[in-house]
Design a protein around this ligand. Structure first.
Ligand SMILES: Nc1ncnc2c1ncn2[C@@H]1O[C@H](COP(=O)(O)OP(=O)(O)O)[C@@H](O)[C@H]1O
Ligand SMILES: [Mg+2]
Length: 234
């Protein structure tokens, strides 16, 4: 049994993890990874390599079939439902498919992330507005998500994930729908969060971006880690 110390410098510990989707679709095989608090890590790999599945294991959206998954000292293999809820409130997740509340405005979607952690109404809307301004959506705060472009919806989901300053940020292809300028703006936000102490894990198949940022990169191929490069550009 792997059990991290509560105050450990370690944020993530995956120990011999397999994930098999029923009935027999193997998505991850024998994954062994440790990520420290404050690290910025890319997960690279072709479509179908297992990037999204790996992120889903880290906030207990999916359960490992074998092995141990320890996040911030919690072992997700034996975690209870209330503990899962607590874990999710402490993790900022940028989903590949956004998962916005379609009948709530942009501002409400972002403020909601603060409501669940008990921030008072006035402050919720102030913080949400500030975060939406940072992703260039000041003019769209009263719009409903279905009326936005894909790139705008993506930026709402980014603002929602970052607004409560989580210690762990998981981002699944966060800039897949964004133009180059907005991609840079979003990565600057993620890098800033990391400088402030957050652990940031980004799944991406944007190789030029990965190369440019020169951060630790885990390379997945058909469910296996085939490379773990500290500084890919040396
Ligand atoms: N819910 C699911 N049920 C069955 N197979 C799945 C499911 N989600 C993903 N897979 C399969 O697992 C593998 C990895 O998928 P995924 O983690 O989405 O990869 P990536 O994000 O790198 O494109 C793929 O073969 C995919 O078809
Ligand atoms: Mg994916």
């Amino acid at each position: 049994m792997v059990q991290a110390e509560p105050r450990s410098h370690e944020m993530i510990n995956l120990y011999h993890v397999d994930k098999v989707y029923p009935p027999n679709q193997t998505a991850l095989r024998d994954i062994d990874v440790r990520i420290n608090r404050g690290e910025f890590v890319f997960i690279a790999g072709a479509s179908g390599a297992g990037k999204s599945t790996l992120l889903k294991l880290l906030f207990a959206e999916e359960r490992a079939t074998r092995g141990q998954v320890v996040v911030g000292g919690r072992n997700l293999v034996s975690i209870s439902r209330p503990q899962i809820a607590e874990l999710r409130r402490s993790v900022g997740v940028i989903f590949q498919d956004y998962k916005l509340l379609e009948t709530r405005t942009v501002l409400e979607n972002v403020a909601f992330a603060l409501e669940v952690i008990g921030v008072r109404k006035r402050e919720r809307f102030q913080l949400a507005f500030k975060m939406l301004s940072a992703v260039g959506l000041k003019e769209r705060i009263h719009a409903l998500p279905p009326t936005l472009s894909g790139g705008e919806q993506q930026r709402v989901s980014i603002a929602r994930a970052l607004v409560n300053r989580p210690q762990l940020i998981l981002a699944d292809e966060p800039t897949g729908n964004l133009d180059p300028d907005m991609t840079i703006a979003v990565f600057n936000l993620l890098l800033e969060a990391c400088r402030c102490g957050a652990t940031v894990i980004v799944a991406s198949h944007n190789l030029s971006l990965i190369e440019e940022l020169n951060k630790r990169t885990l390379v997945l191929d058909r469910g296996r880690i085939i490379g773990d490069f500290e500084h890919p550009n040396g």
